[in-house]
Design a protein around this ligand. Structure first.
Ligand SMILES: *[C@@H]1O[C@H](CO)[C@@H](O)[C@H](O)[C@H]1NC(C)=O
Length: 302
């Protein structure tokens, strides 16, 4: 009796599975079936400007933050952002996320441009990189030519090169600036591009997708990498290196290892990695991870 009951159960289970797979096949027949996503109907990078401030079960816990500040790394989560008027800019609020007081040789900040806003210029000798997270900004370059920068577009402005960024409506940028490390007989050039136009690069021994937003050539003393991981993918190399990093998680979630600490992270989070901090990432959840990463390159560390 027991035996026939089990046989019946196994048979029903089998039929149920077959039926399910037919249903799934007919749904996914027309195109590749994507991983389920609750963010499908939202604009690109929506989560960065509309972040989850803290896990819902901890939102009413006074003093709770996921942010961490240590000697060789920091995690700065959206509930810790402090916005104030950006000096030299008009109608723009900014939250500095990484500055030299943390040990970096660059600044990284979010700039929230409002109606009729305009950028100021960086200090003399400082280069600038901007990446649009939300809205549209107009970059007017030294020749007076205007370029429309939409979400996922970016611009690199060499040091001491006149330019202005304007916005008629609200727009959010992530900005990196650093004092340019001059090399004799080399100069950088203005660069304008968008992530989706950049080719995928070889990542030997790694599974993630890599794009570089700046030329890898000698004049450039830093680069910005865009790295994509499908859920479950992780870095093969457990990196320890002299370069420093500023990272903004643009999409997805996962676990970042920094030194001896393992942090759950999600879109909207910023990470500072000092030279030589052991670092590693695994993407989790149901959607791909994309992050943007500052890395200093092409200069003798001496
Ligand atoms: C820079 O260019 C000048 C003129 O061509 C040359 O004399 C000099 O050796 C160059 N310097 C370096 C470091 O290559």
């Amino acid at each position: 009796m027991m035996q026939s009951f089990s046989a019946f159960s196994v048979q029903s289970l089998f039929f149920a599975l077959v039926t399910l797979s037919f249903v799934r096949m007919s749904i996914c027949e027309k195109r590749f079936c994507p991983a389920p996503s609750i963010l499908n109907d939202k604009p690109l990078y929506w989560k960065v400007t509309n972040p989850t401030l803290s896990p819902s079960h901890l939102q009413d816990l006074p003093g709770f933050t996921r942010s961490v500040y240590k000697k060789e790394h920091a995690l700065i989560t959206p509930e810790s952002h402090v916005f104030s008027p950006l000096p030299d800019w008009t109608n723009t609020l900014a939250a500095y996320l990484i500055t030299p007081s943390i040990g970096s040789h660059f600044v990284m900040y979010l700039a929230k441009m409002q109606e009729n806003s305009k950028s100021g210029l960086p200090p003399s000798g400082v280069e600038r990189f901007v990446f649009v997270l939300h809205g549209v900004v107009t970059l007017t370059d030294i020749s007076g030519i205007s370029h429309k920068l939409e979400v996922d577009s970016y611009a690199y402005l060499p040091p001491n090169v006149e330019h202005s960024l304007n916005s008629d409506a609200s727009a959010t940028l992530v900005v990196f600036e650093r004092r340019y490390d001059y090399l004799e007989n080399h100069t950088t050039e203005q660069i304008i591009g968008s992530t989706d136009k950049q080719p995928l690069l070889e990542t030997s021994g790694e599974i993630f997708e890599l794009r570089k937003l700046l030329p890898a050539s000698l004049p450039y003393d830093f680069n910005i990498h865009i790295m994509d991981f499908q859920p479950g993918e992780f870095l093969n190399v457990k990196e320890v290196h002299y370069n420093q990093h500023g990272l903004l998680l643009l999409e997805g979630q996962g676990i970042y290892r920094l030194g001896d600490s393992w942090y759950p992270v999600q879109a909207g989070d910023t990470i500072w990695m000092a030279p030589f901090v052991p670092q590693w990432y695994a993407a989790l959840g149901k959607t791909k991870t994309r992050y943007l990463l500052y890395k200093d390159v092409n200069r003798n560390p001496l």
